[in-house]
Design a protein around this ligand. Structure first.
Ligand SMILES: Nc1nc2c(ncn2[C@@H]2O[C@H](COP(=O)(O)OP(=O)(O)OP(=O)(O)O)[C@@H](O)[C@H]2O)c(=O)[nH]1
Ligand SMILES: [Mg+2]
Length: 302
């Protein structure tokens, strides 16, 4: 299956939740009036686009309708597509991972899909010709380390780990040394979503940063926050918490295949101004795709 087909399949539920409903409304309305905008707002809010973002969208639509003197509801669809794409687009050109090694730190609460996404990312970057090393920085339970090892073996990359309960920052320290020694391009670090001790998770993450900064001064470090699309607005709240104490540079939004409320993609970028970098659209190894707003909207509306 091609890349775009895969994306379309992964978004099947959201297409039912957003696109099909919007198309029904546009067909049944014919002319553009306040009631039509009310219906559109309802659909977008129900799909987790968020109230603030939804209002921004419909305000702009109203303005464009006035300016363009559009009278036919069917023309709204293209305007909406443009508007949604614009809200998700970023100025920059993506992740910066130029130094050897560079680091991706994966953070997020438990169960969102961190370890799975690391496996998929490792495969993605390995296929791009990068030498990848994984760090089993989630020492909360032995199973977490085993799970990452299974991915490392599947992808065919090296993994650095300590035993369960050990200091995550010490794992990262060793992994950095290994990455330097092997001249790896990319070190991808798993972290815990919760801890053994009462010690604050954010403090633990700061300690990991200090290790990376000290051992790899000047290295490109991207912190990707993993959010579960099926948790809706809760995901936005998690992003706020993590950005307060970590330098979140991008989002991996997982499990988009499992929700009809894929509007969360739009809310995340628009409400937090953190770019979505990858989306998870299934459980297999190639079900993680770099996020491209234009492609996403095309897949959603085609
Ligand atoms: N359908 C679907 N399932 C996913 C996706 N990403 C992850 N999962 C599933 O979500 C579950 C949790 O994934 P993990 O990678 O273990 O999550 P985690 O954040 O590492 O969890 P903890 O280590 O417990 O904190 C697994 O069953 C994954 O297969 C996705 O994009 N789509
Ligand atoms: Mg995990």
């Amino acid at each position: 299956m091609g890349f775009f087909e895969k994306l379309k399949n992964g978004l099947a539920k959201t297409r039912k939740g957003i696109t099909e409903k919007i198309e029904q409304v546009l067909v049944s309305f014919g002319k553009i009036d306040d009631e039509l905008f009310d219906e559109l707002e309802e659909i977008l809010i129900a799909a987790d686009v968020g109230i603030g973002t939804t209002m921004k969208i419909t305000d702009n639509l109203r303005k464009k309708v006035r300016e363009g003197k559009i009278t036919n509801a069917s023309e709204i669809k293209n305007l909406l597509k443009e508007e949604l794409t614009r809200l998700m687009e970023t100025e920059d050109s993506g992740l910066k991972l130029d130094t050897v090694p560079s680091v991706i730190l994966i953070v997020g609460v438990n169960g969102v899909g961190k370890t799975t996404s690391i496996g998929k990312l490792a495969n993605y970057y390995k296929n791009m010709g990068k030498k990848v090393i994984l760090a089993a920085g989630d020492t909360f339970r032995a199973a977490a380390i085993d799970q990452l090892r299974i991915w490392a073996n599947r992808v065919g990359v090296e993994m650095i780990s300590h035993s369960e309960g050990s200091d995550p920052a010490a794992v990262i320290f060793d992994a950095v040394q290994a990455a330097k020694a092997r001249r790896a391009n990319l070190l991808i670090c798993d972290t815990a979503g919760r801890l053994h001790t009462k010690k604050n998770l954010m403090e633990e993450l700061k300690k990991i940063y200090r290790v990376i900064e000290k051992e790899l001064p000047g290295a490109d470090v991207e912190t990707l926050l993993v959010l579960d699309a099926t948790t809706g607005q809760n995901a936005v709240a998690q992003a706020r918490t993590f950005s307060e104490s970590t330098n979140v540079s991008g989002i991996i939004l997982t499990k988009l295949d499992g929700t009809a409320k894929g509007g969360i993609v739009i809310a995340v970028k628009s409400e937090l101004d953190i770019p979505v970098r990858f989306i998870g659209i299934g459980e297999s190894i190639d079900d993680l795709q770099p996020f491209d707003p234009r492609e996403f909207i095309e897949a959603l509306f085609s």
